[in-house]
Design a protein around this ligand. Structure first.
Ligand SMILES: NC(=O)c1ccc[n+]([C@@H]2O[C@H](COP(=O)([O-])OP(=O)(O)OC[C@H]3O[C@@H](n4cnc5c(N)ncnc54)[C@H](O)[C@@H]3O)[C@@H](O)[C@H]2O)c1
Length: 278
């Protein structure tokens, strides 16, 4: 297939581009490099640009005969979204309106959209499934929920097949060692822990020590970035009916069954420096 990956120079997008090209797709990346890195784009045509530019995106879709779009481009810092919500509504919602308009005008009828578990807000039950109430508690989550709703309406009106993947925390890197996670500022826990463990950061903050868990620290769930990309590949390869899917956290038993996690090294070195934060 001929696929456009928006945000393909970012963390998850660059892994997706690699998977798509390795499995035979012809890939174009559209990325404004606001948080991405051009050198992370492997085996695809890279176009620097903003998804908000309807005319340029439409012409790119037509020129490269794009059949489907995998849409990662977004601003995704929760704290920043609370300080500057308009940026999130403008870039995320406005950008996606423009992208879908370009798709409609160019006759591209398939999209897989990177949503987020932040659309659910504070969990009222776990595990969180698709029927869980959607009550985002920050503008980032609210902007993603608005995009989901807009895609659903556009799907009905224009016949665009949309798959929405709501995922929790992506982690890990391609085993080739060619790609990885490089955000600046970095806000994701695993890179922060690795920075602290390797002496590139003085400490990491542990937020709360009285959660109802074995050691009182909070629990987060993670999905390997390549498993996430595999889900996107299946979604873009499907006929594309409007659907929202929670990409779930895996139960503890999964870790012992999953070959990738079995092959992960077990570290016995001391914990990275930590400090308790409120
Ligand atoms: N990383 C996670 O754990 C996680 C979890 C849930 C959902 N998501 C979603 O997955 C997607 C990718 O996340 P990521 O961690 O790879 O982020 P990232 O910041 O590494 O990648 C986003 C990419 O989009 C590009 N971009 C942003 N706005 C753009 C625009 N208007 N036009 C063109 N390009 C633009 C950036 O330059 C960057 O390369 C985001 O939509 C995010 O909301 C991520």
């Amino acid at each position: 297939m001929k696929i456009l990956v928006t945000g393909g120079a970012g963390y998850i997008g660059s892994h997706m581009v690699k998977l798509l090209t390795e499995t035979g797709s012809e890939v174009t990346v559209l990325d404004d490099l606001s948080t991405g890195h051009a050198e992370a784009v492997r085996g695809a045509q890279f176009v620097k640009g903003d998804i908000a530019d309807v005319a340029s995106t439409k012409s790119l879709l037509q020129k490269n005969r794009i059949e489907g779009v995998v849409h990662f481009a977004a601003s995704s810092l929760v704290g920043e979204s609370m300080a500057d919500p308009l940026k999130y509504y403008r870039r995320n919602v406005g950008g996606t309106v423009a992208l879908v308009q370009a798709m409609r005008d160019a006759g591209v009828a398939r999209i897989v959209f990177s949503s987020t578990a932040a659309v659910y807000g504070d969990p009222v039950r776990t595990p969180i499934d698709e029927a869980h109430p959607k009550q985002p508690v920050n503008p980032y989550g609210a902007s993603k929920l608005a995009m989901e709703r807009m895609l659903s309406d556009c799907s009905t009106a224009y016949g665009i097949g949309a798959v929405v993947l709501r995922y929790f925390n992506a982690a890990g890197a391609d085993p080739s060692g060619e790609l990885g996670e490089r955000h600046d500022p970095e806000t994701h826990l695993i890179p922060l822990v690795l920075q602290a463990a390797s002496g590139r950061r003085a400490s990491i903050s542990v937020f709360g020590m009285d959660w109802p868990t074995r050691d009182g620290t909070c629990v987060r769930d993670y999905i390997h970035v390549n498993d996430l990309c595999d889900a996107h590949l299946r979604a873009i390869s499907s006929p594309g009916v409007p659907i929202a899917v929670s990409v779930p956290r895996f139960p503890d038993s999964w870790y012992s069954r999953n070959p990738r996690s079995r092959s992960m090294p077990r570290y016995s070195s001391p914990s990275p420096p930590q400090r308790a934060s409120p």
